[in-house]
Ligand binder design. Structure first.
Ligand code: MN
Length: 269
């Protein structure tokens, strides 16, 4: 069975190498990863430049694109006749908790696998000066093994986060929901030598909502957090209550004429 391994930290990252090695026990490992770091690119795809698959070594390729590009090329080119049975992304240098999952290239790559109907896992690791990829590799090896043996519900990916602890210090494993972080002063303003303003987006985390039983709570307490995710972003409760707007909106539109004269047409070929 083929296992597609990717990440957003790039082909050179030690987390990727640790993950590829951990997956060897479970199947034939194909590594397709961005040639450069692609942090926080989310589900971005490359549409306006050619993509290259650069051979690094046996079953290992670097791509001049995003993590989702890597998964797309893995499925659509390298493994088009022998689709992978597992997509796994990481080991990310840094946690991906709560709202992070919408920015994270690591999670987006796993999401791409899930959308294609393949069991998928994102794995991220906390650290300060030391990142214990060996610990995360062992964790994810077992999780992946269970996923392959027991399966996942359809359209599901697992977002795994490992705390900054030696293996013996890990307090447990917990299935969790996403927290909601709140950031204070996320924009830092500076002045360049010519007097022009510039900005850094660097949020200082101050508080969170939905802390109980969340991924953040688990990792803060020294546990491995596993959050099952899916791609349906519909807010079903809001959908129900907003239904009452439908007829109002429609009857308003029926009585109006357009006043802003913009219509664009496709150019004829
Ligand atoms: Mn990353």
């Amino acid at each position: 069975m083929n296992i597609l391994v990717t990440n957003d930290d790039g082909i050179e990252s030690p987390g990727l190498k640790a993950l590829a090695q951990a997956m060897k026990k479970l199947g034939e490992v194909w590594v397709v990863a961005p040639e450069r770091p692609q942090n926080a690119v989310g589900r971005a795809i490359t549409l306006h430049k050619p993509l290259r698959l650069k051979y690094v070594k046996k079953r290992t390729f670097a791509v001049n694109g995003t993590p989702v590009d890597c998964v797309t090329l893995g499925f659509g080119q390298l493994l088009k006749d022998q689709q992978p049975g597992l997509v796994i992304s990481g080991i990310n240098k840094g946690l991906n908790l709560g709202d992070d999952v919408t920015n994270s290239g690591t999670v987006a790559a796993a999401l791409e696998g899930a959308i294609r109907g393949i069991p998928s896992i994102a794995i991220s690791l906390d650290g300060q000066r030391v990142f214990r990829y060996s610990v995360a590799a062992l964790v994810v090896q077992r999780v992946a093994d269970m996923v392959l043996r027991l399966g996942l519900p359809p359209d599901t990916l697992l977002n795994v986060n490992v705390p900054d602890l030696p293996l013996g210090g890990i307090k447990g494993v917990k299935f969790t929901s996403l927290t909601r972080r709140r950031y204070k002063n996320p924009v830092i303003e500076r002045t360049d030598p010519r007097g022009g303003k510039y900005y850094w987006i660097a949020g200082e985390q101050v508080s969170w909502r939905r802390y109980r039983d969340s991924d953040l709570e688990a990792v803060t307490e020294g546990m491995v957090s596993i959050t099952p995710l899916h791609f349906d972003m519909t807010h079903y409760q809001a959908l129900k209550s907003l239904k009452s707007w439908e007829s109002d909106l429609h009857s308003y539109l029926k009585g109006k004429k357009e006043k802003i004269p913009f219509v664009s047409r496709m150019k004829s070929r």
